[in-house]
Design a protein around this ligand. Structure first.
Ligand SMILES: NC(=O)c1ccc[n+]([C@@H]2O[C@H](COP(=O)([O-])OP(=O)(O)OC[C@H]3O[C@@H](n4cnc5c(N)ncnc54)[C@H](O)[C@@H]3O)[C@@H](O)[C@H]2O)c1
Length: 428
């Protein structure tokens, strides 16, 4: 029996120890899903606080409840550690570390490099390494493969290397790690076969593709598709504003076409760890090949300008009431980057607050999911959202349409509302 056949057979029997490197929004749900499928899972993170919390049964990720975590901890199927030397223990290692952008919007793969170095230090015959972090095409082959092969072990024979992009959509009540099909590309055919077999017990549908570059590009296509289409409807929002037409009415009516149209909604700009960032990974890679990715760049431009567009709408609305932005009290509703989540990474609300404050507005915010946050050394705390706070503001700006906000109350008491999400109920 080859090493690959042995791993595949053991995966079928759940007789495999999984290691998950990076226990955040992506790594933790994956770890719990693998543990639920019957695997032993050992989580690795560099943050002691995260590891201690998880071992004590406290989840810091909204999509994993304390109860779900405690069930796998108590069953002895999940534990976490900061001791990277224990990476020698797992048979399969999924790497779920962050891939942010540098100050100049170039890919920052330093977390992938650090995780790869840690894996390399203890790499042994019979291990499968699967990169999950979103990254540019070529990363697995150009960064992980040479590092791991410098150990004298051979890929596809002694160890296996694959890329399988995580597709988690935080806060999505319908699709989670298990029921979202998972794409897998291996460095060799056996690498792909092993990775598919390892994930099979925990994921309903696996989608093997021919190379790691293909799998890397699949993820970037998905997120670029969203960025470009959101850019298009955001431009349509600007067009409609100039024409005096209701953009949401246009979109709703267009969406009645049963074929050839897919509904995307305009808003205050892009947020989160994926859509505003991932297309830049592809644009950067293509710049190195002397190709300018025009759709990506243009969508990025339009989407980044949306906070400014909406701040101008606030200024116009205040002006309509004979008020200046300077000195006006603006209450921002929702700072998370999307509905019903607590994540403020890259949230357009942060740009909006900065722009409003830059023009002299007195900004406060309310967000039931984000009680406080710090930005540029300044700590913000959510105010209580009641009729008095709403009535006291010169302008209420709906930035994130959390479902728990009392929109009828807001409409009743606000002097002025600028609604970037079409969240307010229509007037009777
Ligand atoms: N958040 C999402 O919705 C989402 C969806 C799909 C894909 N992704 C991709 O998944 C990857 C991870 O994103 P995330 O949102 O889970 O990030 P995250 O910041 O929530 O979690 C990453 C974790 O990795 C840990 N870490 C950093 N360096 C480490 C190292 N060298 N060794 C061990 N642990 C380390 C951090 O402490 C952190 O806990 C990114 O590439 C992202 O683009 C994210």
């Amino acid at each position: 029996m080859t090493i690959a056949q042995d791993l595949i057979a053991r995966a079928e029997k759940r007789d495999v120890l999984f290691g998950i490197v990076g226990l955040g929004y992506v790594g933790l749900p994956l770890a719990v899903e693998l543990a639920n499928a019957g695997f032993q899972v050992l989580g690795f993170d560099v943050q002691e606080k995260v590891v201690d919390g998880l071992n004590a049964g406290h989840s810091h990720v909204k999509d994993v409840s304390d109860a779900q975590l405690q069930a796998v901890v108590k069953a002895g199927r999940f534990s976490a550690t900061t001791d990277m030397l224990r990476l020698a223990e797992p048979d399969a290692v999924s790497i779920c570390v962050p891939t942010p952008l540098s100050k100049f919007k170039d890919p920052d793969v330093s977390y992938i490099v650090a995780a790869t170095e840690a894996v390399k230090r203890t790499l042994r015959r019979g291990q499968a390494i699967i990169l999950e972090s979103t990254t540019y095409p070529g990363t697995t082959r150009e960064i992980l493969l040479p590092a791991l092969e410098s150990t004298d072990l051979t890929v596809g024979q002694d160890f296996f290397l694959a890329f399988s992009p995580e597709r988690v959509d935080p806060g999505n009540p319908k699709y989670g790690t298990r029921n979202t099909p998972k794409v897998v590309g291996g460095i060799t055919e056996d690498c792909a076969r092993v990775a598919v077999a390892l994930y099979q017990p925990a994921i309903d549908a696996l989608v093997p593709v021919s190379t790691t570059e293909t799998a890397e590009l699949v993820k970037l296509l998905e997120n670029t598709f969203r960025s470009v289409n959101i850019g298009l409807v955001n431009e349509m929002a600007i067009v409609c504003d100039k024409l005096g037409v209701d953009v949401w009415e246009v979109i709703e009516a267009a969406a009645t076409k049963p074929f050839g149209f897919m509904k995307f909604l305009p808003g205050p700009g892009l947020g989160g760890h994926c859509i505003p960032i991932d297309p830049h990974y592809l644009a950067w890679k293509m710049r190195g090949l002397n190709y300018k990715t025009r759709f990506i760049d243009l969508a990025g431009e339009v989407n980044t300008e949306m906070p400014l567009f909406w701040v101008r709408k606030v200024a116009e609305a205040l002006n309509g009431q004979g008020k200046a932005v300077r000195g006006a009290g603006v209450l921002v509703l929702g700072v998370a980057y999307k509905r019903d989540i607590d994540d403020i990474r890259e949230s357009p609300a942060l740009d909006i607050i900065r722009l409003l404050e830059g023009q002299g507005a007195r900004v406060s915010y309310a967000d039931p999911h984000v009680p406080k946050f710090s930005e540029n050394g300044h700590e913000f705390r959510s105010v209580a959202l009641d009729s008095a706070t709403v009535a006291a503001a010169d302008c209420v700006m709906i930035v994130t349409d959390h479902s728990s906000l009392d929109y009828p109350m807001i409409r009743r008491h606000a002097k002025l509302v600028v609604d970037t999400r079409n969240a307010l109920p229509k007037e009777d």
